[in-house]
Design a protein around this ligand. Structure first.
Ligand SMILES: NC(=O)c1ccc[n+]([C@@H]2O[C@H](COP(=O)([O-])OP(=O)(O)OC[C@H]3O[C@@H](n4cnc5c(N)ncnc54)[C@H](O)[C@@H]3O)[C@@H](O)[C@H]2O)c1
Length: 362
């Protein structure tokens, strides 16, 4: 392990598909401290193409390319492995990397089965390494601001919360990566892949134990392409008596900004998209001085990623880069990274229970 604080941290990726360039951008934003040394993907062309891109953008050497994580770990010894693969492979690959003594940054969802979450927890415990889960929306400006206000109980207890996610996913999205849309490989649909982020934010912001969940999962507009749900509605009860209402769909004709609202005794906190936060009084008027919470500038990591983000994709990768920067800072300082498996399970446990209830009903 190169865990000497002055040494470059060596990184490998398992999976070089759609999400991998965002992880690459996250690494590039701190390339003095980390280096991508290996890529594993059974699709060697995908791995080679990412290796070329990494070398061009970083000015460092090309990472070595392997057709599996097994081969990679037999040949090189990265300090950290990012797992960026189809959902059903997450636990096996993460355990393999942990057993090899690597820290792991795992894309959501941590697992597709509850039993696998226990296996993963045990692997983390035995390894003594960090497991971070990529729930990058917690690093959005609006989410961070709202979390600070709510954690400090600025507006009194939470009475209710609602979350809405109305996005668009078409046939092509599922056809281009056939692991999507299948119970065996994606482990679910809209909830486990897209809405997990918004539900996670709602639960993180309310930050109270959930005592009951009622939910409905439907496959509406993608029935001809997928087995899993494209639409969901949930009613949550928190231990405090607060209520949560959640609706999500992949059937809206455009992917609009996710909406979250937390109603507290003395104010209503609204989040739209990643940067917009509004605080209203209970009558719906802007509440001073909280009406001034406006994102004014970029942080150093976001500024650093700008140079690597393709034209027209300015929204790309910033929260991923912030999460990645935080993860590496914690690894360097040997401090725990906040979105560990326990945090990574908040929304996941709920949606896995919903899937299980649906299976039992069928
Ligand atoms: N956090 C986010 O906002 C976000 C956004 C998109 C995707 N993701 C997550 O990223 C992960 C990957 O999604 P994607 O859209 O990039 O999928 P993708 O299908 O585009 O890419 C997956 C890649 O993994 C490779 N792969 C398959 N099995 C492998 C194995 N055993 N070892 C190494 N590589 C393997 C495939 O060949 C493919 O290149 C998923 O967990 C997904 O939920 C997260």
């Amino acid at each position: 392990m190169n865990n000497n604080r002055n040494q470059t941290i060596q990184v490998a990726f398992a999976g070089c598909g759609t999400i991998a360039p965002l992880h690459l951008i996250g690494l590039l934003a701190q390339r003095e401290a980390v280096q991508l040394v290996g890529l594993a993907d059974p699709d060697l062309d995908a791995a080679k193409s990412l290796a070329r891109q990494a070398a061009e953008l970083s000015g460092q050497g090309e990472p070595a390319v392997f057709s599996s994580l097994d081969e990679l770990l037999a040949a090189i010894h990265p300090d950290v492995v990012h797992i960026l693969t189809p959902h059903h492979t997450h636990v096996g690959l993460a355990c393999q990397a942990l057993q090899a003594g690597c820290h792991v940054l795992l894309e959501k969802p941590a697992a597709t089965q509850k039993a696998d979450l226990e296996i993963l927890a045990e692997a983390v415990r035995r390894s003594g390494r960090q497991l971070g889960i990529c729930l990058q929306n917690r690093y959005n400006f609006a989410a961070r601001e709202a979390r600070q206000l709510l954690a400090a109980k600025t507006f009194g207890p939470v009475l209710a919360a609602r979350g809405f996610l109305t996005w668009w996913r078409d046939d092509q999205y599922y056809l281009q990566s056939p692991w999507r849309g299948r119970w065996a490989t994606e482990g679910g649909g809209l909830m486990i892949n897209q809405a997990i982020h918004t539900l996670d934010l709602l639960l993180w912001l309310v930050d109270e134990p959930v005592t009951s969940v009622k939910g409905h999962l439907h496959t509406d507009h993608l029935e001809h392409v997928i087995e899993v749900e494209d639409t969901a509605s949930l009613l949550l009860r928190f231990e405090t008596g607060a209520t949560g209402v959640f609706y999500a769909t992949n059937a809206y004709p455009t992917s609009s900004d996710p909406f979250l609202e937390i109603v507290c005794e003395q104010a209503i906190v609204r989040l739209e998209g990643s940067d917009r936060i509004t605080v209203l009084d209970r009558s719906g008027n802007l509440l001073e001085p909280f009406d001034q919470i406006v994102k004014t500038g970029e942080d150093a990591v976001s500024e650093a990623v700008d140079q690597f983000i393709p034209a027209g994709k300015s929204y790309w990768g910033k929260s991923h880069a912030l999460l990645i920067a935080d993860f590496y800072q914690k690894v360097r300082k040997e401090q725990p990274f906040a979105i560990d498996l326990t945090e990574g399970r908040r929304a996941l446990d709920i949606l896995l229970d919903l899937y299980e209830a649906k299976r039992r009903r069928q």
